[in-house]
Write a protein that binds this ligand. Structure first.
Ligand code: ADP
Length: 171
């Protein structure tokens, strides 16, 4: 049984993440999507909110499991006996950062953890959780970027009222 972990902040999950999750879930028997608690980032959504949004967004993919972890990815992988981490690449700017993290994880884990990169679906290459939050904070249209229930949660955080019939574009 091949298992991989897709770690990230997912604050909140976007169609870009969901696309990577769908594609990675077809490559492995089990894909664990793990919300990592990143002390360097202040998150808009609580850990529980992020986990629950991921659960809802992936409920139709049977081999996807949602988890969370406070610690280093390599320690998580050792505990769970996982040897492959999935990361998404949107642009060359992601590459430098991701390469450094991948090499660090490989080194620190004594070659136990390898990283597999999936390149973004071009449709979503512009998408990041931070951009989506910024657009939502100005009451802009985020329906093309995130599932409707995530959009509602985002508008709610910024104090905007949107009724559930709003937003034409969904996946
Ligand atoms: P982190 O805080 O770990 O960077 P994110 O939740 O921002 O977490 O992203 C998790 C992973 O998903 C990263 O590898 C990131 O590059 C990737 N990712 C984010 N948005 C997209 C996208 N639109 N297309 C492809 N990969 C993406």
């Amino acid at each position: 049984m091949k298992t991989a972990v897709y770690p990230g902040s997912f604050d909140p999950v976007t169609y870009g993440h969901i696309d990577i999750i769908k594609r990675a879930s077809e490559m492995f028997d089990t894909l664990v999507v793990t919300v990592m608690i990143n002390s360097a980032k202040t998150s808009l959504f609580s850990l529980d909110e992020r986990v629950n949004m991921l659960k809802e967004a992936t409920k139709d993919i049977p081999n996807v499991v949602i988890d969370s972890y406070n610690g280093l990815l390599i320690d998580y992988c050792r505990d769970k006996k996982i040897h492959i981490a999935i990361r998404g690449l949107r642009a060359i700017t992601d590459f430098e950062y991701e390469l450094q993290i991948a090499q660090t994880n490989k080194e620190l884990s004594h070659n136990e953890v390898d990283t597999v990169f999936l390149t973004t679906n071009l449709k979503y290459s512009y998408l990041s959780s931070s951009t989506v939050k910024e657009i939502a904070s100005y009451n802009g249209d985020i329906y093309p970027c995130v599932p409707k229930f995530v959009a509602s949660a985002l508008y709610d955080k910024y104090g905007y009222i949107h009724n559930e019939n709003q937003g034409g574009t969904t996946e």
